[in-house]
Design a binder for this molecule. Sequence first.
Ligand code: NAD
Ligand code: MG
Length: 338
Amino acid sequence: MTERNSDDSRRKVLKGAALGLAAAAAAGSRAKAADPTMSAENGAPPLSDPAKRYTDGPFQAQPQPWPGLASRMSPRPDHGETSYRGSGRMAGRKALVTGGDSGLGRAAAIAIAREGADVAISYLPAEEEDAKEVMDLIRSAGRKAVALPGDIRSEKFCQKLVANAARELGGLDCLINCAGRQHYHESILDLTTEDFDWTLKTNLYALFWIIKAAIPHMPPGSSIVNTSSTNAYNPSEILVDYSITKAGIADLTKSLAKQLVPKGIRVNAVAPGPFWTALQVSGGQPMSAVEKFGSTVPLKRPGQPAEIAPLYVQLASTDGSYLTGQIFGATGGTGIPG
Ligand code: NAD
Ligand code: MG
């Protein structure tokens, strides 16, 4: 992604007050004006009303074939490309991020690379275009980037994925599981066995296979961060299969955290509310829901992936040493999980 494209997409996604601040930033420093949410003085985001920090839509109907590309979304999601600033919190760490091409996984991959980690990302071959951008961003943070495309519904691939990540990175001490499938069905009568199986294979079986393969590589101090959902606690009526898997991920997280204490490996999960990502426009929601995406939470807008990246960093880094077996919500004010 060129700097200009990145600027343009940031400008589209930001609105209102944040855009006013852009002018002030521009007056102070040309470089810092590249990101309108940054203050010119110290690179920190200026105080702003969280409800107005990013767009609340309405969003265009924009159906994409699964698995969807972040680069084709309008507005383009903000994954922290121009804003995330690291401070060495993960210096020298070796991380695998599944689903690292787009959405929450991409935001986590960018953030941990800027915190000093070498990063392998997994994604589907159809997502090469998005993945290439992330690879470039990891490299421009001065870190090693490893691309591992393939389908995690295969146990063999999951084992190969982890083995290749550990070999290329020279070890593995951080696993961030973001890959996931969300496909809505208005009625359980339309939910086929094939669909049900697809969702469970992607969200639960693959997690099981990848974690199982990763543990033998992980020294004490390592961290696993899973991605559950608000749907684990307040399941949508059109996401029956998906909600089961996200509740399963929350339970797996708590159970495994207790089991892995003797190995010194922490296990936590994030539970996001509505985030503006490719998964939502490629079958995750009906287009009528995409148009008003995020409007039902108290902040009345979707989160942008950049807004959850610091949570992944906190859980993955040694700063989170007393955090294990916990599920952390980022749900726009719903209080879930509570
Ligand atoms: P996303 O589409 O950007 O990321 C999901 C990624 O999963 C894809 O990029 C793809 O690489 C990967 N994936 C899917 N099927 C795969 C397969 N068979 N093999 C290999 N990789 C596969 O969307 P996102 O919203 O960033 O999703 C990341 C995680 O966040 C998912 O687990 C999702 O369930 C969860 N989540 C998202 C939201 C939201 O509102 N966006 C809310 C709660 C939870
Ligand atoms: Mg993707």
